[in-house]
Design a protein. Structure first.
Length: 263
């Protein structure tokens, strides 16, 4: 209840948040019914996580997930040793005792990927359970989950969204539009006049030679640390659970893992 930000979000969450599409909630339930273990891992504190998820997913959002981890302090969640980042129990959103290990699913605070993976081994009965981790931050989600934990990673990349993914302008009340928002925002993947494309850069050729196109540093990182990249969860929610994606790999082009289309 302190400051400007949190009381305002609490007062009118609909002014700042989109509710989750029904297709995504259905997809989560399908995954759970198919025997998958679902986890929610966020660096937000438990009270803020609950506020957002109850509005976005509904008051029963906890039923969608087997494990909820808040105040995860990513990327340290993946890179730190268990002794540096033990899991902690929660009581009325206050962190309590440190746990030597995770014994059962539930809601926890802080923690580390090593102890989480040990719990997943118990829950699945498999020596090396496969984890697919969805995130929208290369720094906090995708790189550390891939590099330290060797998990499969799905990068949610806004720059892949085009005009067809945008909601109609008239669906948003005028008072909810941003201060600097024009009549129609340009697609995120439009090249910046100052910086150029997020994905492809033009390198000036030598005298009497043409300019050449190269992948940007960002594009190379995406293909190196992501299994696939998608514009949103909604983009894959209605696909069959056994749909086979083309992944990024050294055997494929640097754009092979973008779904549904390369940038």
């Amino acid at each position: 209840n302190c400051g400007i930000y949190f009381p305002e979000i609490k007062r009118d969450p609909g002014k700042y948040l989109h509710t989750c599409p029904e297709s995504v909630k259905k997809w989560l339930r399908q995954l759970k019914n198919a025997g998958k273990i679902l986890m929610l891992i966020t660096s937000s504190h438990s009270d803020y996580c609950r506020l957002l998820c109850e509005y976005i997913l509904g008051n029963d959002f906890e039923d969608l997930f087997d494990i909820v981890i808040t105040n995860a302090l990513k990327p340290g969640f993946f890179s730190h040793l268990p002794s540096q980042r033990p899991f902690r129990t929660l009581e009325n959103d206050e962190e309590r005792e440190a746990l030597p290990s995770l014994d059962k699913p539930g809601w926890y605070s802080q923690g580390n990927a090593v102890h989480l993976y040990e719990l997943l081994k118990k829950m699945t009965g498999k020596p090396e359970p496969k984890v697919v981790y969805f995130g929208d931050s290369m720094h906090s989600d995708i790189f550390p989950a891939c590099h330290y934990s060797n998990w499969e990673t799905v990068l949610i990349l806004e720059e892949l969204r085009g005009d067809k993914d945008r909601k109609p302008e008239e669906s948003e009340p005028e008072e909810k539009k941003g201060k600097y928002e024009g009549s129609k925002a340009k697609p995120l993947n439009t090249s910046s006049k100052k910086w150029g494309s997020f994905f492809i850069d033009s390198v000036s050729g030598l005298e009497n030679t043409e300019d050449s196109l190269v992948y940007t540093w960002s594009c190379k990182r995406i293909s190196a640390y992501s299994t696939i990249a998608i514009p949103s969860i909604e983009a894959i929610a209605e696909l069959p659970l056994d749909y086979k994606f083309t992944r990024f790999s050294s055997n494929n082009s640097k754009t092979a893992g973008y779904y549904p289309n390369p940038p």
